[in-house]
Design a protein around this ligand. Sequence first.
Ligand code: PBG
Length: 334
Amino acid sequence: MKPRKQQLGLRRLRLNPAIRELTREVRVAAEQFIQPHFVVAGISEREAVPGMPNIYRETPATLLQQIESDLEAGVSKIILFGVPSEKATHDFDFSFTAGQVAAIKQQFGERVWVAVDICVCSATTHGQCGVVNAAGDLVENAATVAELARAAIEYAAAGADCVAPSDMMDGRVRAIREALDNSGHDQTVLMSYSAKFHSAFYGPFRGAADSAPGGAIKLHDRATYQIDPARPHDALASSLRDAEEGADILMVKPGMPYLDVLAGLTEAIPLPWAVYEVSGEYAAIEALAAQGLVNAPRAHVEAWLGFVRAGASIIISYGARSARQWITDYNHQS
Ligand code: PBG
């Protein structure tokens, strides 16, 4: 019997750039990205964030310069994290962050879409995402939600296009939506961190945002309000609840360790889904690259493709300002 000539099967559609381009099922594009920014009160020069190349704790002045250069790189959507210098336990002062929103809008107007993270962790003496009770062992739900709603009104009044609560208190989406609607801000979009897990990957962020849990209270982590990584059904319940309470956009956070959750939730709930590729995910790729072990741009784009496959339409990533370049390069391989 004559040996059968070797024939190509599935490889036929992998053989050249043209056929690979034509057969791709998903694409990632620069316009899907939101760039996070840290703006810090009381510093005279911007500071590099350890482990996160290209990411800074900005001063109010450098923030505007960075947004300008990001616009040239194709980034027109941002999420802002304001870090006030005065720390408190309640009755927080949101004016620093609100002032940054106003300054961005004054300089860029509709050229930049501004989301503002709503949480009090950067404004507290202890780094918890809310008002802590006298015993120091519980973040009080109602008192915290009242602070968040007040922040939302202040940021919306300053011109924010979107508010994004990341605190994980119960009932905050309804309270914020009502506060916005009752104060004439019914056009302000509400993006909820609806499936936010109690993750170790937030490490670099907490340095940048002055928000690491600490201080002389009993609570020393965020386990009593963020979702347990072993409870995907809690992420579903939380997201269904936030959708019902009026969230416009839902979110899974972090990204890569929760792709199963993202895929399940985007299938289950017909709202736009964001994924937050958090600080530790970005830093992990950069740390591998610094050791010469991976090509960082390719690794970043590969992670982003995973998010799109899993159903995300919005990607919040520290690599947003490089997305256009990295995606172009990724798509032009041999
Ligand atoms: C705070 C908040 C966190 C992030 C966004 N808002 C972290 C936390 O819960 O400590 C994480 C972002 C990141 O790691 O990039 N409420």
